[in-house]
Design a protein around this ligand. Sequence first.
Ligand code: XIL
Length: 445
Amino acid sequence: MLPRKRKRIGKFVVWLLVAVMVFGFTGCSQGDDGDVKTPTQGVQPTKPGDSKAQGDDVGQEAGITQGANQDADTTPEPTEPEKEVRTDFYISAIDEEIPSMYEYWKDYFSIGIAITRGELLNDFKGELIIQQFNSMTCGNEMKPDALLDREATKSAGTETCPVLKFDSCDEMLQFCMDNNIKMRGHTLVWHSQTPDWFFMEGYSNKQDAVFASREVMLLRMENYIRLVMEYVNTTYPGVVYAWDVVNEAIAPGDGGEDGMRMSDSFWYQTIGSDFVEKAFEYARKYADPEQKLFYNDFNTYESAKRIAILKLVNKIKEQGNIDGIGMQSHIGMSSPTLLDYEETIRKFGETGLEIQITELDINLDTNTEEDFIKEGTRYKRLFFTFKNLVDTGAANITNVTVWGLTDEGSWLNKDGKRYPLLFNQVLETKPAFWGVLMDDGIPLY
Ligand code: XIL
């Protein structure tokens, strides 16, 4: 608009204006041809009735005399159309209506929440979860230590087939079924949160217990996977859409073959380095055909780990038994760099497997307003990266899950001074929430 204004009012007036209104006119000093960029260039009237929409003449006029009866001396600088930029980030999710994250991202990936049974059954949190998430992960309730029933297993009297109980996760699966939320089954084979007795002859929990043989452990593994899948898939059909078949098997430097975790993995120690392949073989055998099988791990952006994971998953992919890689993504405020993180997603994306961000949180340990905004920026940049990778076809990211609902309930919050998530303890949104929604009020840099 400014160049046209110059044509009409002539150079003298313009120079007068330059003296008076320096900022608005500095961009016009390069010529009369009307092509000069101005600070307001690119700002388009948004309503059909605005000047730009009514043709050049009207537009020129409107450009000079926005408002009535103004001459050149009193013309105010053209103002940008008003755009509301959010400044209040702390909105009560209980009292106010807030946008839904899963609705916002529905054309890209599902948005998941890891939650514990106790939190889920809290009315307010349950409602919020229904509104915000379309994928759920049990924080602990579907792990082997929650499902394995030692007494019943011992009484059953067979060395090769454990007995399971599902009271820990029944209500959570039912919640998902009732509310059309899909679940990530987390997790079948893991060195952690699996009781030691499960690896021992006679399911012994004594100090002098000895490992069961490889053959016995392979049968226990197969039966465990079969029993979990059979129960979940017949009792809650269609609810679980993905299984973390093996969690955290890679730990370069720990002594295992090809970068595998060894020192604290009873799976590795009893079965050997092919336990991961075996787990995927059994999982494929018993999973519903539409269920996706994932290898899940943390610090996947560390280069040695990334290389070892790629080697492992490519081997299992050749066997036809894996569909995706889960990147846990428990990250810090500055580490890993987004460059390293993105590079890993790209590398994983090249396998053609699905990528899921399975356990996202940002370990912020300060609570100043400034740092909350910075955390919002980091969340926004992460989602910006995910979006870009999907848009360009670099990675098939199908889910992003945050590991917890409120800062207070985060697994990181043992010292009560961690602020890693999207909601605070009174269920107000944090800047991080608005970052996930790519809100204009959260800076991208
Ligand atoms: C965590 C739970 O959130 C905690 O409550 C529990 O004490 C330990 O495990 N990687 C995983 C998750 O795959 O299962 C872990 O969950 C966090 C790290």
